[in-house]
Design a protein around this ligand. Structure first.
Ligand SMILES: *[C@@H]1O[C@H](CO)[C@@H](O)[C@H](O)[C@H]1NC(C)=O
Ligand SMILES: *[C@@H]1O[C@H](CO)[C@@H](O)[C@H](O)[C@H]1NC(C)=O
Length: 342
């Protein structure tokens, strides 16, 4: 890939120094490309798709309700009710059996009115919020923390308690949006928790990176930046959303370049976090033998990124510029079959 750089360079005076230094930088590029960052070729993408297919549980009449995933979304306040709804309904559409929302009191009737399919708990601003969510934790397989959370101090304090209770029980957590704001204030909350996945966008990534690594992001090196943030957090999985999604577990770096569209709509990240909640549960259930030695969380993250981008692509084919997250969510079933059931 890097070789396209070379025809533009001509060594006219034959300086041995130039040749040596070019040779050296070529070696460094090779080293970075092939050992450290393991960038994704098309073949690698295809292999990773196969790993995602491996973790999807077969549909069977013998299973009881709840076995394929009971997901909890923590978020939703007076201002924001759409985001937790999008995340929770996406989890259901990807294949979770039950989807709960733990939100502030005022948000609950609104979220319930969007959908009869969600279980909505109006408790996030209650003084007993942590205790109430703890009652549910034994019945939940994964939490998605942050969609529509906002930055109210009381809510953030409760979410901190919920995060700590989830860690104590070993429940996987996907952290997005203002959940990431909380983590940037207190990185110790997530430090070293190997069942956490953070899904920052460009701005959230910068904020987290500066908080954890105490320096600016190297914008010329996406792979290296994502890898370094993951390692600095103790190998917590990080998904940097962007033109290409870059994913790292502190060891490997994957890029998801599944074709989407030029259209980005608010709420797209909630589709990603909600579907990731389900996939991470499936991946951990399947275990590392199904993911060929790669981290199950990494495979789950790749799957959720590819699915979100495919939903975007399909919705854009139909709706063009007017595509919204609701249109994308309507594509989850078809996009899932196209990517993972062929
Ligand atoms: C599994 O891992 C082996 C060894 O690293 C590799 O050669 C193979 O391509 C991988 N298979 C998939 C489906 O990723
Ligand atoms: C994170 O992964 C790297 C690469 O495998 C390893 O060297 C390092 O010890 C790991 N850190 C933790 C905290 O597990």
């Amino acid at each position: 890939v890097k070789c396209v750089l070379w025809p533009g360079l001509s060594i006219t005076n034959g300086s041995i120094f130039t040749v040596l230094s070019l040779g050296l930088s070529f070696l460094i590029i090779l080293e970075r490309a092939f050992s450290l960052h393991k960038p994704h070729s098309i073949k690698d993408m295809e292999n990773t798709f196969q790993l995602v297919r491996n973790i999807i549980p077969p549909l069977s009449a013998r299973k009881h309700k709840g076995q394929d995933g009971r997901i909890g979304v923590v978020g939703g306040c007076q201002e924001y009710t759409g985001a937790p709804y999008f995340a929770a309904i996406s989890a259901l559409k990807v294949g979770a059996d039950l989807s709960h929302v733990f939100c502030a009191r005022e948000a609950a009737p609104v979220i319930k009115a969007y959908s009869p399919e969600l279980i909505v708990h109006p408790i996030l601003d209650s003084p007993h919020a942590v205790h109430e969510v703890e009652q549910w934790l034994p019945r939940l397989h994964a939490l998605v923390i942050g969609p529509g959370l906002g930055r109210d101090d009381i809510l953030l304090k409760n979410v901190k308690g919920i995060l700590e209770a989830s860690k104590a029980r070993g429940i996987p957590v996907v952290v997005d949006a203002d959940g990431l704001w909380l983590v940037a204030q207190q990185p110790a909350l997530i430090q070293g928790y190997q069942k956490a996945i953070l899904t920052p966008n460009h701005m959230e990534f910068g904020r987290l990176y500066e908080a954890v690594l105490r320096g600016p992001v190297d914008s010329a090196d996406h792979h290296g930046s994502v890898l370094r943030l993951s390692q600095a957090l103790g190998n917590v999985t990080v998904v940097q959303k962007g033109e290409h999604d870059v994913i790292s577990d502190g060891q490997q770096v994957l890029t998801c370049s599944q074709e989407g569209s030029g259209r980005r709509c608010g709420g797209q990240g909630d589709l990603l976090s909600g579907s990731l909640g389900v996939l991470v549960h499936w991946a951990l259930l399947a275990g590392p033998e199904k993911t060929n030695g790669s981290s199950p969380l990494l495979v789950a993250a790749f799957g959720a990124c590819a699915l979100t981008r495919q939903c975007n692509h399909q919705a854009f084919q139909k709706h063009g510029r007017s595509t919204t997250t609701t249109d994308m969510i309507a594509e989850v079933g078809a996009a899932f079959s196209k990517l993972f059931e062929t």
